[in-house]
Design a protein around this ligand. Structure first.
Ligand SMILES: Cc1cc2nc3c(=O)[nH]c(=O)nc-3n(C[C@H](O)[C@H](O)[C@H](O)COP(=O)(O)OP(=O)(O)OC[C@H]3O[C@@H](n4cnc5c(N)ncnc54)[C@H](O)[C@@H]3O)c2cc1C
Length: 355
């Protein structure tokens, strides 16, 4: 019997996790990833609750534990840097935290022998004609699939191609931030420092490489417009938000300009009434991002992939499966999205969803 053919867009967390389970369930799986190779982004991701069941299901729980960043907690500091309190490691590192690159590498390793990976490409058109989906690729012609999944993150191309026209599903959390690494001049050892301010916040931590400090400078902004600007303008906005602030701020602003791993993003959630259309479904941040402040993005991507694959296994057809996936997962997602807003306030963001 011919195996059903599926295409997954995105080779980060949700995509390879879904690919692994679908291959095991008898699907012929292709993953297309826009980046030229597995991405090696440096920040840490954490696991909470039900995500541990998925790590076990994928057979990678032990390997993931070996990559533990072993954070020991975060000191809250006042504007002048004096200690004001202490947050336990779980506040930012969940029940287990690893570098994101370790997770994506392990997920790729367990799937690359069985799943066809196409790097450096993306889809430009999706035509769902009822009994299949015809996909056009930017570099590789056209191919037909039984099902297509968008695991391509907050700004998902699958969502744009398959779900438009729709109201804008992105909800800005009223904050943006720059991230980069610099030398660990504060000597932090598996520790974080959080300096919340009025409309801005600094979070610093060092784990893994003891010589490096990861820096996040976040601040209140009315819209995600800055994401589309160039680095010079983004840096100017960060400088304006932190102007006149003391402590380590001037030194960190200098380090920001010198960083070769500068990163800028606004905090957004994805809110959609439905996560599927016909033979096309969304998984992970593409369908229901809860924002980085929730600390649940990675857990949600894993739990989402597992729930979707289980629904396909137990339902007789994809329509029943997609409905079951959504009704089972939505309460979990809504809870995580509420957490995203609660935590945003600590980093200078909004506390309520915009309508
Ligand atoms: C700054 C920052 C800090 C974070 N901190 C944490 C944290 O502390 N804890 C935590 O749990 N989570 C954190 N997250 C969130 C976490 O990284 C995500 O929620 C999680 O990775 C979601 O996985 P995903 O696979 O759904 O999407 P993503 O990891 O976003 O992956 C999407 C993939 O799709 C690819 N792609 C995009 N467009 C296309 C296209 N058109 N065609 C093909 N491929 C495409 C991308 O290159 C990428 O590989 C953070 C996120 C950010 C941005």
């Amino acid at each position: 019997m011919t195996k059903p053919k599926v295409l997954i867009s995105g080779a980060s967390v949700a995509g390879p996790a879904l690919a692994h389970v679908l291959h095991r369930d008898g699907y012929d799986v292709t993953v297309v990833e826009r980046a030229p190779t597995i991405r090696d982004s440096g920040y840490a991701v954490d696991f909470r609750g039900a995500a541990f069941d998925v790590l076990a299901e994928l057979g990678i729980a032990e390997r993931i534990r070996e990559a533990d960043t072993a954070m020991r907690g975060t000191t809250l500091v006042n504007a002048d840097g004096t200690a004001a309190g202490r947050l336990p490691a779980a506040a930012f590192a969940g029940d287990l935290e690893v570098p994101k690159s370790a997770l994506t590498r392990i997920l790729h390793e367990i799937t690359c022998a069985d799943v066809r990976y196409v790097f450096g490409d993306t889809m430009t058109a999706l035509r769902d004609h009822g009994d299949g989906v015809t996909v056009e690729f930017e570099h590789g012609g056209t191919a037909d699939f039984d099902l297509v999944f968008g695991a391509d993150g907050v700004h998902s191309t699958v969502r744009r191609l398959a779900f438009d026209p729709q109201p804008n599903p992105l909800r800005h959390l009223g904050m943006s931030g720059a991230g980069f690494t610099t030398t660990n001049h504060l000597g932090l050892d598996h520790q974080g420092l959080l300096r919340p301010g009025d409309g801005s916040a600094v979070y610093l931590f060092s784990a893994g490489d003891p010589g490096r400090l990861t820096v996040s400078l976040s601040f209140a902004t009315a819209s995600p417009e800055l994401d589309r600007r160039d680095r010079a303008e983004q840096e100017r906005a960060v400088r304006a938000a932190f102007a006149g602030q003391g402590w380590e701020i001037p030194r960190l602003l200098t380090a920001m300009s010198e960083a070769d791993d500068f990163y800028f993003a606004s905090s957004c959630q994805v809110r959609l009434d439905r996560w599927s259309r016909g033979r096309i479904a969304l998984v992970g941040d593409a369908g229901y991002c809860a924002a980085p402040t929730s600390g649940m993005g990675t857990s949600q991507a894993l739990v989402g992939a597992s729930t979707l694959a289980r629904a396909l296994r137990t339902a007789g057809d994809h329509e029943t499966a997609f409905a079951a996936y959504e009704s089972e997962l939505r309460p979990y997602v809504e809870d995580n999205q509420a957490k995203g807003y609660e935590a945003a306030a600590m980093f200078g963001g909004a506390t309520q969803p915009t309508p």
